[in-house]
Design a protein around this ligand. Structure first.
Ligand code: HEC
Ligand code: HEC
Length: 337
């Protein structure tokens, strides 16, 4: 009896220590393949002003597939020439590579008469606090309605044109009824499906994210110097958070105006600080697409937003850092083809 009590207590103690041991062995949330290279702990990225993009969001996959079809369908524009993907090409970093986008009439939109902007990437837009350069839309649903009905974009004057087309398409009718269960398709369902697809356009596991997750060798010493400078020189005061931007409005030119008067602006000349994720793929830069290279963009930012002139070697290092922000879409490194 005495012995069995001793044996039982030994068993209990060892079981407890196995549990405690397992608890302390909980791995950091790092991709399997990177775990063996783990050099830094979780604490590292928790103290950084930038956080990694999650590997996956919880989404309705049927809606995503429907949204993807709509996103690429030119029949949603009034003259069947433009789809969302024309200006947000997923093979071109989610933008169109033009200074200013083309309208459905193939007109080059131009300043200062038209509300024309450089097309921002749709990748990771779900992590922005508002959508568009001036934050005209708060949600992706609201945002999707703007190009559909903008004369200079997809040019519809009402839903009827779009709804007639979709309600006459057997394949769309099946897809919509699977997702929404209604006999006819309505506008809010279109915006809902488009926005669910856009939520799937995330690009995790950029080399910089791997670094943040603890895989220290993901960045070279040179690129890390670039990140240090990005913080020390003050870029981080505006370009911060998960999207390295997309979290606040700021003036375009704190120390001196970056551009002349911008007469059409509605938002007291404040712009959403753009995300710098995948920035190497989305030239030309700035709201009017007037700047062709990252080098020049960095130089202008230093002068106009921070009141400093960056030495060439610091500019080069920041460029090298910004190039580590290119992430993976569906497991493949994003390219601009
Ligand atoms: C003619 C080109 C064009 C088409 C077509 C177009 N967009 Fe855009 N998109 C733009 C431009 C230009 C902006 C910036 C507008 C602004 O800031 O007011 C933009 C902004 C956006 C943004 C905000 C991104 C951010 O980071 O701020 C999203 C999201 C977006 N578009 C999704 C869509 C969807 C969905 C469609 C299809 C329904 C679409 N776009 C069709 C050119 C286009
Ligand atoms: C005071 C806030 C602020 C600071 C500081 C700042 N930026 Fe910006 N950044 C902005 C705003 C606002 C824009 C959009 C300007 C425009 O389009 O007119 C922008 C645009 C950019 C762009 C172009 C993005 C695109 O998609 O076109 C790059 C690149 C950039 N910044 C890098 C930097 C770097 C590097 C630094 C540090 C040297 C820096 N920024 C400092 C607010 C800031």
């Amino acid at each position: 009896m005495k012995y069995s009590i001793i044996a039982l207590s030994i068993l209990a103690v060892s079981a407890l220590s196995v549990v405690l041991y397992l608890e302390t062995k909980q791995p950091c949330k790092t991709p399997q393949t990177e775990q063996k290279h783990l050099l830094l702990s979780h604490a590292t990225f928790q103290s950084e002003p930038i956080t990694p993009i999650p590997d996956k969001l919880n989404l309705n996959s049927q809606k995503v597939r429907l949204g993807e079809k709509l996103f690429h369908d030119v029949n949603l524009s009034h003259n069947k020439k433009l789809s969302c993907a024309t200006c947000h090409n997923l093979q071109k970093g989610g933008a169109d590579g033009l200074a200013l986008s083309m309208s459905a009439e193939n007109q080059k939109l131009s300043f200062p008469n038209l509300p024309a902007f450089n097309s921002p990437t749709v990748f990771n837009s779900t992590f922005n606090f508002v959508q568009g350069w001036e934050g005209k839309a708060r949600t992706l649903q609201q945002q999707a309605a703007i190009p559909l009905f903008n004369t200079f974009e997809m040019g519809n004057t009402s839903w009827s044109n779009i709804l007639n087309y979709l309600n006459q398409s057997p394949s769309y009718k099946t897809l919509f009824s699977q997702v929404y269960g209604t006999p006819t398709i309505i506008g809010t369902q279109i915006l809902d499906a488009l926005s669910e697809f856009e939520r799937s356009l995330i690009t995790p596991n950029a080399r910089f994210d791997l670094y943040l997750k603890g895989y220290q060798q993901a960045l070279s010493a040179y690129e890390l110097d670039g990140y240090q400078l990005f913080k020390e020189r003050g870029c981080i005061s505006c370009h911060q958070g998960m999207n390295i931007g997309g979290s606040m409005f700021q003036k375009s030119g704190i120390f001196k105006p970056l551009f002349g008067e911008v007469p059409y602006m509605s938002n007291e000349k404040l712009f959403k600080v753009p995300s710098l994720r995948n920035i190497a793929l989305t030239a030309p830069y700035f709201h009017d697409g007037s700047i062709e290279t990252l080098e020049e963009a960095i130089d202008l930012m230093a002068k106009h937003q921070l009141g400093i002139t960056l030495p060439q070697d610091e500019n080069n290092k920041i460029q090298a850092f910004l190039k580590t922000l290119t992430g993976k879409y569906q497991g493949k490194l994003l390219l601009n083809e």
